[in-house]
Design a protein around this ligand. Structure first.
Ligand SMILES: [Zn+2]
Length: 277
């Protein structure tokens, strides 16, 4: 009897290493704070990050995002359709963030008047609703490019001090392109918000790239797209402006995976990949 139990235990030991090699996995992107990783595994696999399930496309693609203050490790777990299991610890590198002081903003845009708070709450509700969507299209697989070209006037993650008051970290990248310069879609997607007059972001467009990945374009002068429209990478969505909370014309470009703000510059391959003006 004792011998049979022993054999059963041995079989488990022998079989498990074979099972762990049963599935495929590739990871593309930057394992750093603010980075996005596009994973590819077997169609039908189930994927989780730190115990939370993530959407897997029919062809096996999935997204992992690391926020500004992401922990140094994330645990990736994949159950393959053949019964195999892949478990991997992802090492997430730490970044240093700048402090940026901006002065000369209208005081009412830094400490809003009570009557503006209702409008701000309404804007935030619309933006929040977009960022909760989990659509099944994998438009992000088109890859990302810069939506505008110009000097970078604000980087991701910097601690902001506006008119001398400490505020939330900057959650995107600012491109100081001239007024009227084109803004294009950095990737395939669907326009899920096109608003003429938001309190902080002025004329604002948001694009859904699928699986919870959305992007925002703020302070625009003109908007050339409408809500619900499907757009391809490089399509004109509007022009650079100075609407909302600004000191001059620029594009604020933000990318989020659900509520997690990512660094758009990393997705576009860094400043060196920006097209010449
Ligand atoms: Zn900005």
């Amino acid at each position: 009897m004792g011998w049979r139990i022993g054999l059963a235990a041995m079989l488990v030991i022998w079989w498990s290493p074979v099972a762990t090699m049963a599935g495929s996995l590739t990871l593309e992107g930057t394992l750093t704070q603010g980075g996005l990783v596009i994973g590819k595994t077997d169609p039908g696999a189930r994927v989780s990050i730190d115990g939370s399930p993530v959407r897997v496309s029919p062809d096996g693609q999935f997204l992992i995002g690391f926020g500004r203050d992401a922990k140094p490790e994330a645990r990736l777990r994949i159950s393959h359709p053949g019964g195999g299991l892949t478990e991997k610890t992802l090492k997430v590198s730490k970044r240093q963030y700048k402090v940026q002081r901006i002065n000369g903003l209208p005081p009412g845009k830094v400490t809003p008047h009570p009557e503006d708070l209702i409008r701000i709450r309404g804007d935030n509700a619309k933006i929040g609703q977009v960022r909760r969507q989990d659509t099944d299209r994998a438009d992000f697989s088109s890859g990302f490019r810069w939506p505008a070209a110009g000097p970078i006037s604000g980087v991701y993650g910097s601690q902001r001090i506006l008119n001398g008051k400490p505020k939330n970290p900057h959650n995107g990248v600012d491109v100081a392109a001239p007024l009227g310069a084109p803004v294009v879609a950095p990737a395939d997607g669907r326009v899920v918000l096109a608003q003429k007059d938001m309190f902080y972001t002025g004329k604002t467009v948001m694009i859904d790239h699928g699986h919870g990945l959305t992007s925002v374009y703020a302070h625009m002068d003109k908007i050339n797209v409408t809500q619900g429209q499907h757009i391809t990478k490089g399509a004109a969505i509007g022009t650079i402006g100075k609407t909302g909370r600004v000191t001059g014309p620029h594009l604020h470009w933000g990318v989020t995976l659900f509520g997690t703000h990512l660094d758009p510059a990393l997705l576009a391959g860094g400043v060196e990949k920006m097209p010449s003006r």
